[in-house]
Design a protein around this ligand. Sequence first.
Ligand code: BGC
Ligand code: ZN
Ligand code: ZN
Length: 360
Amino acid sequence: MLAVTVNVKDRLLEIRDVDRKGKGNVLLKTLRNGICGTDREIANFKFKYTQPEEGEYLILGHEALAKVISVKDEGLFKENDIVMPINRRGCGKCLNCILGRPDFCDTGLFRETGIRGLDGFMREFFYDDAEYLVKVFPGIEDIAILAQPLSDLEKSVEVILKIQERLNWRCWDSTYSCRKALIGGTGPIGILTSLLLKTMGFDVTMMNKREINEVEEEIVKETGINYYDNTKGLGSLEGGFDIYFDTTGYIPLILDAIRLSKRNSIIALFGFPSTDIKGDFNSDLLFNIIDKQIAIVGLENGQKPHFERALVHLATWKSIWPKTMAKLITRKVKIEDFEEVKKAIKEKGKDEIKVIIEWG
Ligand code: BGC
Ligand code: ZN
Ligand code: ZN
């Protein structure tokens, strides 16, 4: 059976024959995988937490759409169901993991498929337990793969709203219409976050350090999200913002955002830094955070309820923003085209949003 593997010892990204199907009650056939920034970091040996399940290689992949081939115990799933596996699994020791919220694992001993300590979904077949599978309803199979990254963001926005309950954050009209959200980065995470916050009524601006491209122009036109080119910094963003959601991991930008964000705002940090960059955290900035009561929060990983919500949002967006949703998967590569698949995993193409691997 074919799989995409990363050999951490010899630093090799390979597509090869393996006989590791994993464990579980449900046998699944992979239909497609999404490639994300984390895969890219792992494949380029830059990701800090990469850890094989056993031996020297890790099977890559944490975004998958799969078909049920067989089920040992009849129950939640049946043959031919289309499902998505969730990617983080609990440590089995802490209360959060035992209660089904390994995204808040207290011990740090959780595992993540294709990332930390568990083989991933870039393989022809795998076994998994029904408790880790989410059923995909018909009509959205074409974009359902986006539910994995979106699940991380559903969780993130849930956390942001919880934290902001510390004040009266809704506006005079009881919505979030007066709250400005600035999103750093326009990759899949930046765009999906923008769509999500727009759906919730926020005044959303997505931002990149360049002129707007064609796809972003269409998104702006269809959804009413704004675009800001931050080549010259954040200075001309009128009136500041109530959320800065970072997907870039670029420290100087984050520090600027803290400086310019409004009173009672929240700085949401999602993007890991990919290079070793330093920034000037100084006493002025500390005064600023305390006096303006700015909350700063790190965010990662969505769980089953977030996957479910993500699928509902994808279905909604497909109907209200069809042009946008048709543009988010920018490229499909077939697993048989080994070199192309490896290149797609290692390098991000120009203006690329989501690239997927198709299994025959
Ligand atoms: C995944 C998350 C995961 C994170 C950290 C992301 O690419 O989508 O679910 O928690 O990486 O490993
Ligand atoms: Zn990811
Ligand atoms: Zn735990």
